[in-house]
Ligand binder design. Structure first.
Ligand SMILES: [Zn+2]
Length: 387
């Protein structure tokens, strides 16, 4: 067996061919001296990419000259193309270069798949190579094979997402635009499910239940000068400890309340800096990081304690939430019972929703800074005491 951390292949395909869990040739485990690449992959790509560049340039030049002249002229032209394109695309690591070549060559292949015999063969071969790589990405992502690249679950989720979109585009290119639209719609529906369903684990692990079977009360959207002191008194009376998911901006405005929550023995959690509940699901990587990291900084500055849990506004995460949270040492927490008390004004209806089926291991979500916050918490605490 070849240990996976010795497999330095740049492409997902060669990481699968010569990777962990697959018996492989001794040669596949060796590295090409000096450039840290998988030797079999290096040999393949060193032949395949120049050949493709030659054929692509030659088939382009064929429009103006006979094919022998085009083939001859394509040699230096292809060489220049090979030298310039990686520079233009950027990236000095073998992985970045490989990805650039894969994208460029697959794009060329999609436009030239109906070309003459030679160019058509190379075009289809690149399309096949692209699909094999997409399949290898899924394979590595699904199996979570440890290794330099596959170690990051987030990277493979992103790769799978990009590969799925490219497959939809390829379907459009092959079978017509309705297929691309249908593929895009299916992907959009799956993405909506992944980001809008708070307990969905597709984007990364989400805690929805407690490990020890106890019921955990979590209180979102504070601290609030009107509600927080009264909620703390209610919790004290029942001797229950809760997690307060605080908004960074509110904690900065009321630092004494954040400190008081900790002083009374509760935990604080990160609930973003500004609570952008309408747009967090589609936030980009920088905004996601800003929202989570800024809140973490504020909470740590005003309380001296680093929060351990993160909860997204309305539970809506995006593609970057889990990598950012993991980088900041945060565990993403959702809930298993809620009563929609942020939008519902009838406390009885809210309590009915929460308390139906409430049982061991449940994580209960309630909000502060609402007109019914105290009545809802009181109802939950009373019911919990009776369980
Ligand atoms: Zn919230």
């Amino acid at each position: 067996m070849c240990p996976s951390n010795h497999n330095r292949a740049a492409s997902a395909l060669f990481r699968v061919i010569g990777g962990a869990g697959t018996p492989c040739l001794a040669e596949a485990c060796q590295h090409a001296t000096g450039n840290d690449m998988h030797v079999r992959e290096l040999r393949f790509l060193a032949l395949w990419i120049p050949l493709t560049a030659w054929v692509a340039t030659g088939s382009f030049l064929c429009r103006w000259m006979s094919w022998p002249a085009a083939a001859l002229l394509a040699l230096p032209a292809g060489f220049i193309l090979l030298s310039l394109l990686p520079l233009a695309l950027g990236g000095r690591s073998p992985v970045t270069q490989w990805r650039s070549w894969l994208l460029v060559c697959t794009a060329w292949a999609l436009f030239h798949r109906h070309s003459g015999a030679v160019a058509g063969f190379f075009a289809w071969a690149w399309i096949a190579l692209f699909l094999l790589n997409a399949a290898a990405c899924f394979w590595l992502g699904l199996l979570k094979i440890p290794g330099r690249i596959a170690n990051s679950g987030a990277a493979w989720r992103m790769a799978a997402c990009i590969a799925a979109h490219l497959c939809a585009l390829a379907a459009g290119a092959f079978f017509g635009w309705p297929w691309a639209v249908a593929g895009g719609a299916c992907l959009a529906a799956l993405y909506c499910l992944a980001v809008l369903r708070p307990s969905c684990q597709w984007l990364g692990p989400v805690r929805c239940r407690t490990d020890d079977g106890s019921i955990l009360i979590t209180i979102d959207d504070g601290p609030d000068p009107h509600d927080t002191p009264k909620l703390l008194d209610l919790l004290d009376r029942q001797q229950v400890r809760a997690v307060f998911f605080m908004i960074g901006g509110k904690a900065a405005a009321h630092p004494e309340l954040a400190r008081e929550v900790l002083r009374r023995g509760h935990q604080i959690g990160n609930h973003t800096m500004t609570h952008p509940q309408a747009s967090f699901w589609c936030a980009g990587p920088w905004r996601t990081r800003r929202e989570i990291a800024d809140c973490q900084d504020v909470l740590e500055r005003v309380t001296g304690v680093k929060p351990r849990y993160f909860r997204a506004p309305a539970g809506h995460r995006n593609l970057f939430t889990h990598p950012v949270a993991a980088a900041l040492g945060l565990e993403v927490m959702a809930w298993s019972r809620r009563g929609f008390d942020a939008v519902e004004t009838d406390a009885d209806k809210v309590l009915a929703r929460i308390l139906t089926k409430l049982g061991p291991g449940d994580i209960v979500l309630v909000h502060e800074a609402t007109p019914i916050a105290q009545r809802v918490l009181e109802g939950v605490l009373t019911a919990e005491g009776m369980l």
